[in-house]
Design a protein around this ligand. Structure first.
Ligand code: SF4
Length: 322
């Protein structure tokens, strides 16, 4: 049975934890409860933390002169300073975390597509931007997986988020007692996964791991982490996954019957045509690796980037377009 580290995730509290929205409601979202047994959640509701109460009159972002202010139009209250000092306190005091799931379109938590108005009136013009808390999170923790629950309904975005999240958690585990041997192990276990993200960066990470200048472990770990986070931020193209699948297939193909080889290669074509998910191919590959006890493949996180019960085929319908 595969074991996984428990990622630490900061989550908007209204996503299933408390009826803390302005109207006293709670959001029922499929991804947050699915993840709950596998992660350690740190919940936060910035609007409640600054004493706005539940229920409350809604707040909105308003563009005033050159800056964005957070107002409660019904009361005329400007809560920008209160929110800013909560954000500073919260982010400064936060333990090391592996990712964030925030409520989409909220003037506080939203990461994008938040309405920013030119005044208080109902029909006044607006443009779109980031919420106050969401923007601060992106500034301080933007190299981590940070998503809103709306985007996580997309299959590809969700799998990318989960892959990054569990990779970051396992690196945090390694950092508890960092050794050069531990770093070499981490890199070896992640080689095929990283190859899907970027072959060049995977090799560069290998060079850092070799530590030719005999730098102290903390320095090597720091350089490795910065580069790894950067690499993981961009979702691999499906053609990169196909390259890695073909590469991995090379380790076991000699032992397979002709029909089994055909099955795998045809399945790659089905994946290319978006008829089956990547996880189907990974399962097939893993079954071959188990049969031949192919140790190098079996240790690869590529075959188990996150717990299997988190694979849900549900999708927002945007496919690979997002
Ligand atoms: S979106 Fe953020 S501020 Fe608004 S209710 Fe949810 S957790 Fe609270």
């Amino acid at each position: 049975m595969d074991t996984f580290p428990k990622p630490r995730v900061v989550v908007s509290r209204c996503l299933g934890f408390e009826k803390c929205r302005y109207d006293g409601s709670v959001i029922s979202d499929p991804t947050v409860p699915l993840l709950e047994p596998h992660v350690e959640y740190i919940t936060v509701c910035p609007e409640k933390e600054i004493g706005l109460g539940v229920p409350r009159d809604p707040v909105r972002l308003v563009q005033k002169n050159d800056e964005k202010r957070l107002f409660q139009p019904a009361t005329g209250k400007d809560v920008t300073e209160g929110m800013q000092s909560f954000i500073d306190r919260f982010l400064d005091g936060l333990v090391e975390v592996d990712g964030f799931i925030l409520k989409h379109r909220s003037p506080s938590c939203g990461l994008s597509n938040v309405k920013i108005y030119y005044g208080f009136e109902e029909k006044v013009n607006h443009f779109r931007g980031k919420g106050m808390f969401g923007e601060a999170v992106l500034r301080s923790h933007g190299s981590l997986p940070v998503e809103d629950e709306g985007r996580l309904r997309n299959f590809s975005i969700r799998e990318h988020f989960l892959t990054r999240l569990f990779t970051m958690a396992s690196f945090r585990e390694f950092k508890k007692e960092p050794t050069m041997k531990g770093l070499v192990n981490f890199h070896t276990n992640n080689k095929l996964l990283f190859m899907a993200f970027s072959q060049d960066t995977m090799r560069e990470l290998g060079r850092i791991t070799a530590n030719p200048e005999k730098q102290p472990i903390e320095k090597v770990t720091g350089s490795y982490e910065v580069l790894m986070r950067k690499m993981l931020a961009t979702m691999p193209r499906f053609t990169s996954w196909i390259n890695v699948l073909q590469h991995a297939f090379g380790f076991i193909s000699d032992g397979l019957e002709k029909e089994e080889k055909e099955l795998f290669l045809n399945s790659i074509e089905e994946y290319r045509d978006e008829r089956i998910p990547l996880s189907t191919l990974i399962k097939l590959l893993k079954s071959y690796a188990l049969r031949f006890n192919e140790e190098y493949l079996l240790r690869q996180t590529f075959l188990k980037p996150f717990p299997l019960d988190l694979v849900k085929i549900t999708d927002s319908g945007q496919g690979r377009k997002l």
